[in-house]
Design a protein around this ligand. Structure first.
Ligand SMILES: NC(=O)c1ccc[n+]([C@@H]2O[C@H](COP(=O)([O-])OP(=O)(O)OC[C@H]3O[C@@H](n4cnc5c(N)ncnc54)[C@H](O)[C@@H]3O)[C@@H](O)[C@H]2O)c1
Length: 252
């Protein structure tokens, strides 16, 4: 296989969560690999910065959108396809975690928010993006190591949505394979982003890292490189899988 199979030249990719963290890293890595990127997020200023970092010359675009508006997701995908001249790829990176000290603190609102952003929106994004793909396509959905561990009392709702992403990915991989559209997931371990760092004190962080054989957090770029691989033709015979990118924290 030629090295070019690892590039994304000519591919047009919608990336959610593109304002910061892993989503921004995916947008930038895809852009460097040759893709034309449409980034979306609720954070307008940081999204503009992603747009600036993508550079001016390749027809990239961004648009502010709140993924809780599930009924508007077809419009978002349409906007992206219009801006890019079509759609070949989708990376669902946006996500939210509500950390609670224990089981008794978990509220119905916690459930509704995490379900809406982490799972329901991912389904409609997958379906609407697939509708717009005219040839072979690739979808990458971000799960979490929590899909396997189940998290702890205060984070079971988050983990359940991320297990849902794995199930959804498997089902849609089967459904969309006859149309040449591959659907895969990535399950990161601890990644050095605001999501990971905002909710953990130094002690909790250190104790978390003792579980990671590589002994450190992942850089967002390391998750992004996995996403570029799954979006590229180099992974052309891989669909329905969940790629474990956890530094050995989990081995399965
Ligand atoms: N950081 C980690 O350690 C880690 C571990 C496992 C899985 N993940 C997953 O990776 C993905 C990216 O995580 P991250 O660490 O970059 O998080 P992050 O909080 O840094 O970035 C998430 C992005 O999603 C956006 N977003 C949240 N709600 C949204 C909404 N309603 N509409 C549109 N955009 C919205 C945020 O504005 C933000 O830019 C998430 O799905 C997360 O669950 C992260």
């Amino acid at each position: 296989m030629s090295v070019d199979a690892y590039r994304l030249d000519g591919k047009r990719m919608l990336v959610t969560g593109a304002a910061r963290g892993i989503g921004r890293a995916v947008a930038l890595a895809a852009g460097r690999a040759g893709a034309r990127v449409y980034g979306t997020d609720t954070r307008a200023d940081e999204l503009d910065e992603t747009r600036r970092l993508l550079g001016d010359d390749a027809g990239h675009a961004v648009g502010v959108f709140d993924l809780r508006a599930a009924g508007e997701i077809s419009r978002l995908c349409g906007d992206a396809a219009r801006a890019l001249g079509g759609l070949d790829s989708l990376a669902c990176v946006a996500g939210v975690i509500v950390r609670r000290g224990d089981l008794d603190e978990v509220t119905e609102d916690d459930w509704d928010l995490q379900y809406a952003v982490n799972l329901k929106a991912v389904f409609f994004l997958n379906r609407e993006a697939a509708r717009l793909m005219r040839g072979p396509g690739s979808i990458v959905n971000f799960s979490s190591q929590g899909w396997w561990t189940g998290g702890y009392g205060g984070s079971v709702a988050y983990s359940a949505t991320k297990a849902g992403v794995v199930a959804l990915t498997r089902g849609l991989a089967r459904t969309l394979a006859p149309r040449g559209i591959r659907v895969n997931a990535i399950a990161p371990g601890a990644v050095d982003t605001a999501m990971m760092n905002e909710g953990l004190d130094a002690g909790a962080r250190e104790s978390f890292l003792t579980q990671v054989p590589l002994g450190r957090m992942s850089r967002p770029e390391e998750q992004a490189h996995a996403a570029v691989f799954l979006a590229s033709d180099a992974s052309g015979y891989i669909t329905g899988t969940t790629l474990n990118v956890s530094g050995g924290q989990l081995v399965y």
